[in-house]
Ligand binder design. Structure first.
Ligand code: NAD
Length: 244
């Protein structure tokens, strides 16, 4: 039995996690924490903390997990560089799964994106388009950022220079060393991501569309069971799925 604590339990993902965990007899939710609740008071009840609260809260949750030697699954996105460094700095103390997306389909998209970029080569222009519901707070999505990281890695581009967030005005011709990034917001869209590879005469588009948060929740629950058996370290969903 894996004992789970959920932070951000009243949110969209928190509610999906609670509903999905109820269907797994080998998982037990021992505490639900949202804004204003005291995680320190209950943390010793659990084996692992699953955090889908807010990028503001995650570093503090991670420090508490390290102090109590609890494994962690982190789903929040939109971390600052300082926040991310604070989280990853704990990898020698506890096992942490940090993933911008927990769905098997999106992790397949990550794999396919790397493969396509390798095969198609530098003649193809790269653009990432994502769409999410109107209530999403960060942009671009963490998943889109991971897709850009994969593209930048294959093309050997410095992401800070390469990323082109939207276009407006007389921006000039597109260069071959840029990765376009476009965030669309509206309605109740759970999460759509498309990577476009375009050259003269043809283009390839790889698209994933999530229609239910259960896909992220079930992936995070799978990661929670997996991470409690790991040595301290920083892992992602590709590790959990055995794709590396
Ligand atoms: P949401 O706004 O619906 O829920 C967040 C919840 O966290 C709220 O109930 C809020 O009160 C709570 N919260 C805020 N600060 C807190 C704190 N200090 N301690 C405890 N709880 C706190 O958001 P959401 O749509 O559920 O998304 C949550 C996060 O997960 C976002 O960062 C989002 O981008 C990310 N997300 C990741 C994936 C993935 O697969 N990795 C999928 C969906 C969403």
């Amino acid at each position: 039995m894996t004992k789970i604590i959920i932070t951000g339990s009243k949110g969209r993902m928190g509610q999906a996690l609670l509903a999905c965990a109820a269907a797994h007899p080998e998982l037990q939710v021992v505490a639900q924490i949202d804004a204003g609740d005291d995680l320190a008071a209950v943390i010793d009840r659990g084996d692992v903390v699953i955090d889908f609260s807010s990028h503001n809260a995650t570093p503090g949750v991670a420090v508490l997990c390290a102090a109590h030697k609890k494994a962690m699954v982190i789903g929040t996105t939109g971390h600052s560089e300082a926040g991310k460094a604070q989280i990853t700095g704990l990898k020698s103390q506890i096992p942490i799964v940090l993933a911008s997306n927990f769905s098997t389909g999106v992790n397949t998209l990550f794999w396919l994106t790397r493969k396509a970029a390798e095969i198609l080569g530098p003649d193809f222009d790269l653009e990432v388009v994502e769409m999410h519901h109107r209530l999403k707070k960060d942009a671009p999505s963490g998943t889109a950022a991971t897709l850009a990281e994969i593209l930048g890695d294959v093309r050997k581009l410095q992401l800070k220079q390469a990323l082109r967030h939207g276009r407006e005005g007389i921006v000039g011709e597109r260069t071959s060393s840029e990765i376009g990034m476009h965030s669309v917001r509206g309605g109740d869209v759970v999460g759509d991501h498309t990577v476009i590879f375009a050259t003269n005469g043809e283009r390839v588009e790889l698209t994933h569309k999530a229609s239910s948060r259960d896909t992220f929740a079930n992936g995070a629950l799978r990661a929670a069971q997996w991470v409690t058996k790991q040595k301290p370290g920083l892992y992602d969903m590709q590790d959990v799925l055995g794709l590396k």
